[in-house]
Design a protein around this ligand. Sequence first.
Ligand code: IZC
Ligand code: ZN
Length: 428
Amino acid sequence: MGEKVDLLLHSAGELITVAGGSAQPRRGRAMSEIGMIRDGAVAVREGRIVAVGATREVRQRVETGRDTVEIDARGKVVLPGLVDPHTHLVFAGSREYELEMKIAGAGYLEILARGGGILDTVRATRAAGYEQLKETARGYLREMLAQGTTTAEVKSGYGLDTETELKTLRVAAELGRSQPVELVPTFLGAHAVPPEYRDNPQAYVDLVVEEMLPAVARAGLARFCDVFCEAGVFSPEQTRHILGAARRLGLELKLHADEIEPLGGAELAAELGATSADHLVQISEPGIRALAASRTVAVLLPATTFCLMGTRYAPARRMIEQGVAVALASDFNPGSSPVNSLPLVMGIACRQLKMQPAEVVTAVTINAAHAIGQAHRLGSLEPGKQADLVVFDAPSYQYVMYRLGGQLVDTVVKAGRVVWRRRGREAC
Ligand code: IZC
Ligand code: ZN
């Protein structure tokens, strides 16, 4: 008799394991190795995967009882729970007026320079109470879970003062304990220069380094520190200064790099040993080579380019060919990407980044887990890993990306528990 299990998912049309990439992110052709098992099964005990394989084999190896939850995934596709490694989840208000401005031709940095954009959200977030921020973010997380996201990175960055930055990170910490989507927190105090430092941005950098970072580190509220390294926002020198201080306080590093202007952010990320470099729309050839030779994961955010109505997307094909480890994320935020659906991002990645569906699967599972330092426990379906999985009502994994904007998630399991199930499709 085998081991007694709590949950058995069986008979999956396609069980996509993405196994074998936990030690190193997948690169190049290995990004297409997604480990498909037809008529697949996953057995779970105490939140962890104990067996993965063909349904017959797994059934022989484990024991089920009256209290074992069984999920029949016949005719469906099962993926590891999706990991969204770049979101700005905690904010107040919304910026739908920017849609009209962008249609009329205004640029993202132009809106910010006029005191709008990020700074508009900063005003709303400073004014919002803790409970209001928390409940707003909880609503967005519910939507994300319903689209298959089981883990998300969350950045602060709409406070830009010590008190509100800490408030934002406390909201993320409490939400991480009180709803199913696991959250990995990032301090992004260097997201914009707040209006009160407009005439002396360097003094704001000093505040981030001397007051905010130590307070965040002392409270244990962030794993990563990120900087919006961009023309007119924070320079590469300021970015290096802030990230150096963060590293000395024990934080790991991320960068918003080479999004709108090519400033050498990718090279800087590789040099600093950052866990990820994100955006990279304007990455240079030396930047691609630097990332390919490093452990830094490139997190691409094509929904942002789409929402900004950009004509140029990150050169994903070139990056994959050169051996850069590529992940994908939503960049969910109230300005440049009001998109929190990873399946939508996946569909855009196929069409605009020309990534193949198998590469996209890797980019939102194991490589995304690497981008937030969680690949040892998340991002693939293999024995020993946390049992996070998503069942799509789809005949093939490619169909998930093909049905752009579809609502295909049937069931979501987080740490071995069913946390979301699709309601019937009857009309009310
Ligand atoms: O609120 O516009 N790019 N930060 C950097 C953002 C976009 C978020 C925003
Ligand atoms: Zn961002």
